[in-house]
Design a protein around this ligand. Structure first.
Ligand code: GLN
Length: 213
């Protein structure tokens, strides 16, 4: 049965511990979602999906612990709440990290190995046009001390790789069911298509939940 809820825009949270919170909120709204900042477990419980912004994964991880959010975030990811991690957010979603600090904790859920600051000091920050699965035109991507995905499990779909230069072939966007992650910052280049892909993932997850319920 179609419920009234199916007509409502999806409500997506942006984890607001550190990073480009406002930019993500704006992109999600442009992509047709209702968007709210999330700092507390009660706020997390009220969203259909969550964006985890970039910043510094070690700091986000510590703040999530301090704010009593790390375990609720892990539980939500396990329960199937869609999450989209960008840069440090990708690191937060990874099951395994290379070059993390000792004891660095993640939310996990993505069956990948992610290497922090993978592109090296010389290329702290760079831009590249990427071909993303499901997007017709290339996406102009901004990388800032970005991680890359070093290894993926069998259920992980590679959504984008770097197409030229010294890092050619490196994996910079992945999806595993309800979890999406990019090494780059799609919130700052004025193109909401990656956010739109995530909004669609959230819509489908909510619709599936409504049918199941
Ligand atoms: N290098 C950062 C980290 O390890 C990520 C950088 C970013 O999010 N722009 O968390």
């Amino acid at each position: 049965m179609v419920t009234a809820g199916a007509e409502q825009p999806v409500r997506i949270g942006v984890l607001a511990l550190q990073g480009d919170v406002r930019e993500h909120l704006a992109m999600l709204r442009e992509a047709g979602a209702e968007a709210v900042a999330v700092r507390r477990p009660q706020e997390l419980a009220q969203v259909d999906g969550l964006v985890i912004p970039g910043g510094e994964s070690t700091t986000i991880s510590k703040l999530a612990r301090t704010f009593d959010l790390l375990d609720p975030l892990r539980a939500a990811a396990k329960e199937g709440v869609p999450m989209f991690g960008t840069c440090a957010g990708m690191i937060m979603l990874a099951d395994r990290i290379e070059d993390g600090i000792p004891g660095q904790e993640t939310i996990g859920g993505l069956d990948v190995v992610v290497r922090r600051n993978a592109f090296g000091r010389q290329v702290d920050s760079f831009e590249a046009d990427l071909r993303l699965a499901d997007l017709e035109r290339p996406f102009h991507a901004l990388f800032i001390r970005a991680p890359w995905v070093e290894a993926v499990g069998t259920d992980v779909e590679v959504v984008a790789t770097v197409s030229s230069g010294p890092a050619e072939g490196r994996i910079v966007a992945v999806r595993q069911g309800h979890l999406l992650a990019t090494s780059f910052h799609p919130e700052v280049t004025g193109d909401s298509r990656v956010h739109a892909l995530f909004v669609e993932i959230v819509r489908q997850a909510r619709a599936a939940g409504e049918h199941a319920g």
